[in-house]
Design a protein around this ligand. Structure first.
Ligand code: ADP
Ligand code: ADP
Length: 226
């Protein structure tokens, strides 16, 4: 079963001539991690924004967990799509501690236990009272990931989550993020322009260029790796 399905989706921004994404079709299997890999400006972020519902596609359709969230007749707003997002700048609330950052907006009865559960998943037990400025880049990244996972999203979208980490931490976090996503059983799309990220983290790599998918396959198929 596919958790994410894009069928011939396009997006042209106002005031531009060339579509940022052209007739893109993509299927992501439940529980798998796919990387959109390609140079700056090739349409990776736009693809994520279409899936998250921050932009509306022209034509085609988008389905999440088998339900159409966007087509000619359907529009499900971002907050109802069950999407968890992780951004390159983490986007943590500076005035909230780790516990409240993760639990923000999560109103279920199991709030406390769920926050503690995801804190454990990202190896940050004991950090719940700290503020973002008291954390390293890698720890802030884990908090952002924990926040995205807390609501048990259908899909997790990660936009260049490592770009603010130094080289050593990046190597560690590739392994960590993969472990965390796999333990959570998440279906994830990860965006990067770094081939090493893609090789380390992906079940499937989709190479984008100028708004289209150039190639899609396992790391082995794309790079004869490992
Ligand atoms: P990537 O994530 O691969 O760097 P983007 O999806 O951000 O690529 O951008 C794809 C293309 O769309 C680029 O040419 C970019 O300049 C353009 N673009 C992105 N966002 C906007 C916007 N809000 N308005 C106009 N053009 C945009
Ligand atoms: P990234 O490389 O992570 O996609 P960008 O710096 O390209 O980030 O884009 C940051 C923000 O600016 C995004 O919201 C994107 O949609 C918007 N943006 C990108 N390119 C353009 C553009 N040419 N015109 C207007 N907005 C843009």
């Amino acid at each position: 079963m596919y958790d994410i399905q894009l069928k011939t989706v396009s997006k042209t921004y106002l005031g531009t001539n060339e579509p940022a994404v052209k007739n893109l079709s993509l299927n992501v299997e439940k529980g798998s991690i796919i990387t959109l890999l390609g140079p700056s400006g090739c349409g990776k972020s736009t693809t994520l924004r279409l899936i998250a519902g921050f932009e509306r596609a022209e034509g085609g359709s988008i389905s999440l967990a088998g339900k159409i969230v966007s087509d000619e007749n359907t529009w499900v707003p971002p907050e109802k799509r069950g999407v968890g997002m992780v951004f390159q700048d983490y986007a943590l609330f500076p005035h909230l501690n780790v516990f409240d950052n993760i639990g923000f907006g999560y109103k279920e009865k199991d709030r406390k236990s769920r926050v503690m559960e995801v804190l454990e998943l990202v190896n940050l037990k004991g950090f719940e009272k700290r503020y973002p400025y008291e954390l390293s880049g890698g720890q802030q990244q884990r908090v952002a990931l924990a926040r995205a996972l807390a609501r048990r999203p259908v899909v997790v979208l990660l936009d260049e989550p490592f770009s603010n980490l130094d080289a050593d931490l990046r190597v560690t976090m590739r392994v960590e993020v993969k472990r965390i996503l796999k333990e959570a059983g998440a279906t994830a799309i990860f965006v990067s322009h770094d081939q090493k990220d893609a090789l380390a983290i992906s079940d499937v790599i989709a190479v984008m260029k100028d708004g289209v998918l150039e190639q899609i396959g396992t790391p082995r198929e794309i790079y004869r790796y490992p």
